[in-house]
Ligand binder design. Structure first.
Ligand SMILES: Nc1ncnc2c1ncn2[C@@H]1O[C@H](COP(=O)(O)OP(=O)(O)OP(=O)(O)O)[C@@H](O)[C@H]1O
Ligand SMILES: [Mg+2]
Length: 334
């Protein structure tokens, strides 16, 4: 059975607009029919531009918002029909500054929530200290939360979400705004959750993070899932292939246009460095030799340009994402 199962999920919002005299109601279709099956123990990444519907999906999955229609189940339990049972299985962290008692220490805050989750009294201190360690807050654990930075509060949110040892965890942009070391610590904590067999659904705008952490991904845009699967499945759907990086001397925009028109080339971009140019050619080819041959052929007639260096790389998730979302944007809204 799926840990998370979503079928034809729709959600719209009605919001009042305009002044007192010219008030109108505007309807936003945040989710336009989402289907997702997430297996137990997997680390699933939900990607998409601002306003795509990621947080709306997570809020519905965590019982904070009702769906307009469709079915949403956690371990087979219907989220709308039985939210209390669902809550026992899930933990979530949305980040933000709120949600704690500012005048209590981090440790006392977590002890308070541990009580609320009805953790046995004897286990509470040990569990709280373990989680403070997991999110690297042990040193500051006796400090009042009001003295915490935003990133520290975000880490405390993650610790809180894990108190009752849930099997399904939702993290909405867990590393947003964190310094690089703190972000890396959070990613390490997410790895530990997966190693412990938890199901994790996370949203992120950092493609390298999604690439590092997630075994499966979905790209959502305008309330619809454009594609889902492994990073490789996504690359295949977007037809992103080998990316060539050329260092040249004497290249200009017309060479770049010429490269773009070559068969199997998706686009080429030119950047001027101090003593050379950098051309990036994105192809739809899976074989590096073919990409190499196409690019070299394109340079053959450009006698005024000398090639200093040519390197090839597999497409990164970012190449795939950009290509998917720009294709997706051409679709007409409902
Ligand atoms: N309470 C609300 N009232 C009206 N519209 C809303 C409400 N919540 C979300 N929306 C709209 O629903 C759409 C999806 O928003 P959502 O917050 O799910 O996006 P997101 O993918 O999480 O974006 P981001 O990357 O910026 O966090 C947006 O158009 C948003 O304006
Ligand atoms: Mg969001």
């Amino acid at each position: 059975m799926s840990a998370i199962s979503i079928q034809n999920l729709r959600r719209h919002f009605k919001a009042k607009k305009g002044s007192f005299l010219h008030r109108t109601t505007q309807e936003t279709h945040a989710l336009r029919g989402i289907d997702l099956e997430i297996q137990p123990g997997s680390l699933f990444g939900l990607l998409g531009p601002n306003g795509a519907g990621k947080t709306t999906t997570v809020r519905i999955l965590t019982t904070l918002l009702l769906p307009s229609s469709g079915s949403v189940r956690i371990h087979g339990i219907d989220v709308a029909a039985d939210p209390d049972s669902v809550r026992a299985h899930i933990g979530y962290a949305f980040g933000g500054e709120k949600g704690f008692y500012d005048r209590l220490s981090a440790r006392d805050n977590l002890l308070f929530f541990a009580d609320l989750y009805q953790l046995p009294m004897r286990e509470q201190p040990k569990r709280v200290d373990e989680l403070l360690e997991l999110v690297n807050l042990t040193e500051r654990r006796e400090d009042r939360v009001e003295t915490y930075s935003r990133g520290m509060k975000q880490r405390l949110h993650i610790a809180r979400s894990l108190l009752h040892d849930p099997s399904v965890i939702f993290l909405d942009e867990p590393t947003n705004g964190l310094d690089p070391v703190a972000a890396r610590n959070i990613r390490a904590a997410v790895h530990q959750l997966r190693d412990a067999g938890k199901t994790v659904l996370l949203t992120t705008h950092y493609m390298f993070e999604a690439e590092e952490l997630c075994d499966r991904l979905a790209v959502i845009d305008h309330g619809r899932i454009l594609v889902q699967g492994t990073a490789r499945d996504l690359a295949a759907a977007a037809e992103t292939g080998i990316v060539a990086r050329l260092e040249t001397r004497g290249a200009n925009a017309s060479l770049c246009d010429k490269l773009t028109r070559l068969p199997s080339v998706v686009d080429a971009s030119l950047e001027f460095l101090s003593d050379r140019e950098l051309i990036t050619v994105r192809t739809s080819l899976a074989a590096p030799e073919e990409a190499d041959a196409i690019v070299r052929k394109g340079l053959e007639s450009a006698e005024e340009t000398s090639l200093l260096h040519l390197s090839l790389r597999e497409p990164a998730l970012e190449d795939t994402y950009v290509s998917l979302v720009s294709q997706g944007n051409t679709g007409a809204p409902e």
